[in-house]
Design a protein. Structure first.
Length: 297
């Protein structure tokens, strides 16, 4: 009888249990009920997990990594490979110029803000300016995570896939979402114990026509989060108002963040870092920050 009950729809089973539980003199029914509820819940969760995992696998196969071969990007890649072998990294930041500038030596004001929030977290910035999701994927598949075991990964990517002027097509929206899924796949396979903080694509007041596309992207990204291994952070309501107008001071140019914008991001990250890492330590062991390298003449 237990096997028959387990194939019942959960809502039907629950009604059956309420009607008949009082008629049983022994605990058999209760045990079967508990077993079926647990089995049903596990089967449902496993099915959902498999469906989500399948999305990442499909994205891995569809989204093509693209190497940047300009001289500066080549040097930066070597620089980041070396950085990965220095110090201790518990928080790994990945992204494009918005993320890069926060922890870069060529933006001392932003770097000071970074240190004020992340000292003692062993946080390291591995972002590179101008990267699309295709470029980030290439870097991750070519050694920039090798040997690392971060506890938290913070990802902010996708804005460079979008056009500078005018609206974004549905295909572009799909490209961003697929790219971020492919990047998440790399994190889940290369650093499987890390909590992934998936940051929403930031608003772009520099190009207001992108607002619908960014909203569509972020809606899909939010659905990837499970609140445990993947956390979703969206600070756009602190960057723009209800009319998608920039709030005072948060952007430096309508695309990149200024210190108040980074402050909003830091405040959104801190509860997650506290949850995963606990309080910051007095000493920081992260590798030294990097900046834009000089290209040999």
């Amino acid at each position: 009888m237990g096997s028959d009950l387990c194939v019942l729809n959960f809502s039907i089973f629950r009604r059956y249990a309420i009607l008949h539980a009082s008629r049983w003199r022994h605990s058999t029914f209760v045990l079967v009920a508990i077993g079926c509820v647990v089995s049903y819940a596990h089967a449902r969760d496993d099915a959902e997990s498999r469906a989500v995992a399948q999305q990442f696998i499909e994205a891995r196969d569809r989204h093509k990594p693209v190497e940047r071969t300009d001289p500066v990007s080549v040097i930066v890649h070597e620089q980041l490979l070396a950085k990965a072998k220095q110090g201790k990294i518990d928080v790994y930041f990945e992204g494009d110029s918005i993320t890069r500038r926060w922890g870069a030596t060529d933006y001392p004001e932003y770097l000071a803000h970074w240190r004020s929030h992340f000292h003692g977290r062993n946080a390291a910035d591995f972002a590179w300016g101008g990267d699309t999701t295709h470029n980030i994927l290439w870097r991750l598949r070519n050694g920039e995570l090798e040997g690392l075991q971060p506890k938290v990964v913070v990802l902010q990517a996708g804005t460079n896939n979008l056009p500078w002027n005018g609206p974004a097509s549905d295909a572009t929206v799909e490209d961003v979402v697929t790219g971020i899924k492919a990047i998440i796949y790399e994190f889940r396979t290369q650093v499987p114990d890390a909590v992934i903080v998936l940051t929403a694509v930031f608003a772009r007041p520099q190009n207001p026509e992108l607002a619908p596309a960014i909203a569509a992207i972020n809606k899909q990204l939010s659905e990837l989060a499970d609140g445990k291994r993947i956390r979703f952070v969206n600070i756009n309501d602190r960057l723009v108002d209800d009319d998608d107008k920039p709030r005072p001071g948060v952007f430096s140019d309508g695309l990149h963040l200024a210190v108040p914008g980074y402050e909003a991001w830091a405040k959104a990250l801190q509860p997650i870092l506290q949850d995963v890492l606990g309080p910051p330590r007095e000493q920081d062991q992260a590798p030294p920050p990097t900046g834009i390298p000089q290209v040999p003449k």
